[in-house]
Design a protein around this ligand. Structure first.
Ligand code: NAD
Ligand code: WQD
Length: 338
């Protein structure tokens, strides 16, 4: 297939682009590089032995997107492009609404103009909020507690409305749990700007000596060891989930929602210990107060994706820690080292 990938230079997008190229699909990436480096795509080409096309543009730029569609004639789109930092979204909410909603609306309009009828969208387990208890099934109540999460929730609703109005549109909403890890080559990986917000990149930077110690946000949650538990999913498994969803859309109409998670919760301390084992490095940590907005526990019921897509997460947290460590050790400053 010809697949247009928005945000394909980013963390999950680069791993998915690699998986698409390896499976023989043709890929055109549209990315404004606002949170990534084109070096990721050079490395994807090196790993795949063939390149994805690349257009440097904001997905809100209708003229650029129209030209990309006219030139590449994609049969499907995977839409990763978006801003994703929860804390930042509370500071600059309008930027989040503009970038995340604006890009999706422009993309859907241009897809319709070009007769492109299949879209896979990056949603998030954040839409489950605190409205029910995990494990979350796809029909659990949804909402959001911050502007970033609201953009994901609103985009899901927009996609459902557009699919209801157009019986040829095929939509896969993928709710990712906590993506971690890197391609096992150590050539591509997560490259956050500044101080990482997420646990794994922070732990990896402590292991690499870039940061002194990890702050563990709360050890008094109602979980087995008192620290927050999450469903950490290897990014290579996540990438495979996109290919499975794309395949499903080839012969299924309508609007679909699937969780992409493992179903297995790990605590912050489980991750610290798994990383220590994988890297052979001790991770100094200190317990700090809970981080505002955090939930005690979040993990998927992954059965629907197993039954409908034939997809399940295969790789362990230990494997993800080893892969993250390999990436971080070989690229202490991420793609800036290139
Ligand atoms: P990322 O920041 O590494 O990748 C996003 C990419 O989109 C970047 O390359 C960025 O430059 C690009 N981009 C952003 N806005 C754009 C725009 N308007 N036009 C063109 N390009 C734009 O993030 P990621 O972790 O790879 O996440 C990919 C998607 O998955 C995002 O939509 C994110 O919200 C979603 N998601 C991520 C996580 C996570 O923990 N990483 C969890 C759930 C959902
Ligand atoms: C995981 C656990 C922290 C950092 C976020 C977004 C969510 C989704 C994924 C996009 C929690 C603890 C963390 C640290 C710590 N993104 N922690 N010290 O909060 O589950 O999810 O990323 O959609 O929307 O909210 O992930 O990696 O930030 O935290 O103790 O320095 O690690 O308290 O228990 P989170 P995270």
């Amino acid at each position: 297939m010809r697949v247009l990938v928005t945000g394909g230079a980013g963390y999950i997008g680069s791993h998915t682009t690699l998986a698409l190229l390896k499976e023989g699909h043709d890929v055109l990436v549209v990315d404004d590089l606002s949170n990534s480096s084109v070096e990721s795509l050079h490395r994807v080409a090196e790993l795949a032995g063939r390149e994805a096309g690349f257009v440097e543009a904001n997905v809100r730029d209708e003229a650029a997107l129209d030209a990309a569609f006219a030139d590449f004639t994609p049969e499907a789109v995977i839409h990763f492009a978006g801003w994703k930092a929860v804390g930042e979204s509370t500071q600059i909410p309008l930027v989040y609404y503009r970038e995340n909603l604006g890009s999706t609306i422009t993309l859907l309009e241009v897809m319709a103009q070009h007769g492109c009828r299949s879209i896979v969208f990056s949603s998030s387990a954040t839409v489950y909020g605190e409205l029910s208890e995990p494990p979350f099934t796809e029909d659990a109540p949804t909402g959001a507690t911050n502007p970033y999460g609201r953009t994901k929730h609103m985009i899901e609703q927009i996609l459902a409305d557009v699919a209801a109005a157009d019986d040829q549109l095929r939509v896969a909403v993928l709710r990712y749990f906590n993506p971690i890890g890197a391609d096992e080559s150590g050539r591509i990986g997560e490259d956050p700007k500044g101080i990482p917000n997420n646990l794994l990149p922070f732990v990896a930077q402590v292991a690499a000596g870039r940061r002194e110690k990890l702050m563990v946000f709360g050890d008094d949650y109602p979980t087995p060891d008192g620290t927050g538990t999450r469903d950490y999913i290897h990014v290579v498994d996540l990438a495979a989930g996109h290919l499975a969803a794309l395949g499903h859309l080839q012969d299924h109409d309508g609007y679909h929602v699937w969780n992409l998670g493992t179903g297995q919760p790990s605590s912050v301390l489980d991750i610290v210990h798994a990383f220590e084992k994988a890297s052979g490095v001790t991770i100094p940590y200190e317990v700090a107060p809970r981080r505002p907005g955090d939930v005690a526990s979040s993990f998927a019921d992954p059965k629907l994706a197993q039954t409908e897509l034939g997809w399940r997460a295969e790789l362990s947290v230990e494997q993800a820690c080893a892969d993250t460590h390999r990436w971080q050790a070989a690229n202490p400053n991420g793609f800036a080292d290139a």
